[in-house]
Design a protein. Structure first.
Length: 434
């Protein structure tokens, strides 16, 4: 087993600075022998071609109130008394000096993580690609497992939190099969398999929960290929979420500069279809910046924001890897789509031509708080809408007060909205669209 180097260093410093409390006078030979006949501890220090052993015996009278022990050096006959505190710590050396970071993860070498829960059949699979980016496996598709791009920040946060897991207590070094059963480690609740580039994979078993004597809830853990059993805070299971959608990359799309948004159409859904906006530009003679000059200033900022948000579409979280025309179904009810936004894109084609592509997005009313659901049949997904995007939609089309946190954007368009697009095929970039 490994020791905590800092604790070992501190303990050695205490021993090397140890001072004698007193020299007992007039100890009879038989009394001297009795003080160390049954040593409490023997400490041997080695270094610089020297080797010294200190024998710590029974309790000694103390005038200062702090506990003391009798002690003598192995090669001498003089008996002294010494402070008990540093030796009490050494009596707990197996526990106190041990390294509590028992996982010993090397995040740079980590290539994958699989998390399984015994209560369900599904598992979470994270894989690091050679590029350094992450993918998450999704088993929910009827056609078989899928691999989708993962949000590297979310994955890194998960791994960093796992790397910080430490033992609160050392439960057993040589557990029997009966012990493992009582700890819930014969059939663990969770299994985490860490895959490493050098093949040194590690599997963490998470067992039953219990409460330490001081009242702190813990879970039993052990590494599959080691015998030691640890107690770790029971909150550790909150570090990971089994749903692959939680780890999915939040970027729905990012349009290249050569892709133009030529038309924006917004409709309010309900018993009847109501057109709220239908604006388009002629790229040969205008940009969105010039097109919107006639708009009220208070509407220009939110619209420019909205165009940018659709070009670089970031969702707050993914809800489903499918789209329902009925709306978003929560655990309690179905929230119908309230807004439909259609974008007409001009994509670089062969030669000097551009081809059109229509994208459609749907949005619900508030589900709760600032939570709004969105979806797109073109991307085959439903998601939680970023609050900033929803605020712009509210201000522009729903005629409802924006949230107190919302601040209208200054009426100055982003640079790309006023850029002239070069139609030359040599300069055109491939579109980053589904």
């Amino acid at each position: 087993m490994e020791a905590d180097l800092e604790l070992v260093r501190n303990t050695l410093q205490q021993l090397t600075r140890l001072e004698v409390e007193r020299f007992p006078d007039n100890l009879a030979p038989e009394e001297r022998i009795s003080t160390i006949a049954d040593p409490r501890i023997r400490i041997t220090l080695e270094g610089n071609d020297r080797r010294e052993t200190l024998i710590i015996g029974g309790n000694a009278p103390s005038s200062g109130g702090a506990p003391t022990y009798y002690a003598e050096r192995e090669d001498r006959t003089a008996v002294v008394t010494v402070p008990a505190a540093p030796f009490d710590q050494l009596l707990e050396a197996q526990r106190e000096l041990r390294e509590r970071d028992f996982l010993k993860l090397d995040l740079e070498k980590l290539t994958g993580l699989e998390i399984k829960r015994a209560a369900v059949e599904s598992s979470l699979n994270l894989k690091r690609l050679e590029t350094g980016s992450w993918q998450v496996g999704d088993n929910s598709d009827d056609e078989g497992p899928l691999s989708i791009a993962a949000d590297s920040d979310v994955v890194d946060r998960l791994l960093t939190n796992l790397d910080r897991v430490e033992a609160l207590d050392f439960v057993s070094d040589v557990p029997t099969q009966s012990d493992l059963e009582s700890y819930g480690l014969d059939e663990p609740s969770w299994t985490l398999n860490f895959q490493n580039r050098d093949g040194d994979d590690r599997t963490l078993l998470v067992g039953a929960r219990t409460t330490l004597p001081e009242g702190r809830p813990v879970s039993f853990m052990k590494l599959e290929d080691e015998r030691f059993v640890y107690a770790v805070t029971s909150d550790v299971a909150r570090l990971w979420i089994l749903d692959p959608l939680f780890y999915r990359d939040r970027t729905l799309q990012s349009l290249g500069k050569s892709v133009r948004i030529e038309r924006v159409k917004v409709e309010k859904l309900g018993e009847s279809l109501e057109s709220l906006l239908d604006e388009s530009i002629d790229p040969s003679s205008e940009t969105w910046g010039t097109h919107l000059e006639s708009w009220p200033v208070e509407r220009q900022g939110p619209f420019w924001d909205l165009i940018g948000q659709f070009r670089d579409f970031e969702v707050a979280a993914f809800l489903e890897n499918s789209f329902s025309a009925e709306g978003y179904e929560s655990l309690v009810e179905v929230y119908p789509w309230e807004l439909k936004v259609s974008l007409t894109l001009a994509l670089p084609g062969d030669g000097e031509t551009f081809k059109s592509l229509v994208q459609t997005f749907y949005f619900t009313d508030r589900v709760s708080g600032s939570f709004h659901a969105g979806g797109s049949p073109d991307f085959g997904s439903m998601f939680q809408v970023d609050p900033a995007m929803m605020e712009n939609l509210y201000v522009l089309f729903l005629e409802r007060p924006a949230s107190p946190e919302y601040e209208a954007t200054e009426a100055e368009p982003p640079a790309y909205l006023n850029e002239e697009v070069d139609d030359s095929p040599k300069e055109a970039e491939p579109a980053d669209t589904p």
